[in-house]
Design a protein around this ligand. Structure first.
Ligand SMILES: Cc1ncc(COP(=O)(O)O)c(C=O)c1O
Length: 385
């Protein structure tokens, strides 16, 4: 067989498979995709256009434009008091997606275990397997989707190399207070795990301040902090993210990045630089709007008798459909066919989450209102006898 066994073993993304169905259907309201419904703020787009007009069309340094790394360093210092050197502790990546791939490839030896709290973002398991590691999934359902030190204790062993944290989380929207993070940190440090902290939704935290894991006392030297521009600045298509961490890990990641990617597109890096300089108020405005939508969606689901954990951030609700007679795939397929509303089956985030669907509220208020009317109709029609 010409395809490597490792690649053959990896399953295609459950979300993609489902959304191939949506394509080509008319009048569908999609609460499926995890991307902002906003267009990138104008001044950011303009900076990209202007950089092209000025003739910036070359490669950049492998690590990314120095001025962008400086901008990231300054931003993290002023917002969180977090210090990373732009010279050797920051790498600009093709979204957080590339950052995740690089860090896993940089640290994994064959058979190393990577702890992954679940439900989980779709790429964590496959990227671990593609790097030769073994994902160990930590089910958090009983703790209202929050990781606790106990759960880590139950799954950790001498082969465990790292843990992937993600908060605010996709698909549940849960996040952690500083106190909760401190407890998790103690367990992570006790077992000498590397903490890969995917904080891509950090700017979209609604009720309390986001606390980067690397700001906790003693955590920075074993943490790789991943974030990016896709969600907070509505820049998914530009493909810019960044990884910050100890020089030894960033150097190893850069080694892989320089042979596979070389650098992020200079146009996108110029635009990202502008985002850091001038777009804070646009981010704040988008966050306010997502918060308003969260209130609406959570209240409406409650009215419909659908349970969910109130999200602290990001733009997802992980809603229980256990009171219906459907599996999550059946539910999503029938809702799509009968009412033209797309949501994602819970099993896309782990086989054991068949009792859930993920609803994204990164869709206009009008769409959300109409979608919830349709969901209500669907539930009435399909009530358990
Ligand atoms: C938790 C999480 N991490 C990473 C990504 C990838 O983002 P990027 O566009 O920066 O590659 C996503 C996108 O949905 C996500 O939800």
């Amino acid at each position: 067989m010409e395809i490597s066994k490792r690649v053959q073993r990896v399953q295609p993304s459950g979300i993609r498979r489902f959304f191939d169905l949506v394509l080509g259907m008319k009048e569908v309201i999609s609460l499926g995709v995890g991307e902002p419904d906003f267009i990138t703020p104008w001044q950011i787009r303009e900076a990209g256009i202007y950089s092209l007009e000025q003739g910036f069309t070359s490669y950049t340094s492998n690590k990314g434009l120095f001025k962008l790394r400086m901008g990231i360093s300054r931003y993290l210092k002023s917002r969180y008091g977090l210090e990373y050197s732009p010279e050797d502790e920051i790498l600009v990546t093709v979204g957080v997606s590339e950052g995740l791939d690089l860090v896993l490839r940089a640290i994994i030896n064959p058979q190393d275990r990577i702890l992954i709290p679940s439900p989980r973002y779709v790429s964590y398991g496959p990227l671990t397997e593609l790097s030769g590691g073994i994902p160990v999934y930590l089910n958090t359902e009983r703790q209202r989707f929050k990781l606790t030190p106990d759960i880590i204790e139950r799954h950790v062993n001498s082969k465990a190399k790292a843990i992937i944290l993600n908060y605010p989380a996709n698909p549940t929207g849960i996040s952690y207070t500083k106190k909760e993070l401190e407890r998790i940190k103690r367990a992570i440090l006790k077992y000498n795990l590397i903490c890969i902290s995917d904080e891509i939704y950090g700017d979209l935290t609604y009720d309390f301040l986001h606390v980067p894991f690397a700001t906790l006392a003693g955590a920075k030297n074993s943490t790789v902090y991943l974030s990016g521009f896709s969600k907070s600045y509505a820049m998914t298509g530009w493909r810019v993210g960044f990884a910050c961490g100890p020089k030894r890990i960033i150097d190893a990641m850069t080694k892989i990045h320089q042979y596979t990617t070389m650098c992020v597109s200079i146009t996108s890096q110029m635009a990202a630089y502008e985002a850091l300089q001038t777009a804070r108020s646009a981010v704040d405005e988008m966050r306010r709007e997502y918060r308003r939508r969260r209130e609406y969606v959570v209240d409406r689901l409650k009215e419909l008798g659908i349970e969910c954990v109130r999200p602290d951030g990001a733009f997802y609700v992980f809603a229980s459909i256990k009171d219906t007679a459907f599996t999550s795939v059946d539910f999503a397929q029938r809702l799509l066919r009968e009412q033209r509303v797309a949501v994602v089956p819970g099993t896309a985030f782990g086989e054991e989450f068949d009792g859930y669907i993920r609803i994204s509220y990164a869709s206009s208020f009008e769409n959300l209102k109409e979608a919830l009317i349709r969901i209500e109709r669907f539930l009435k029609k399909n009530q358990r006898q």
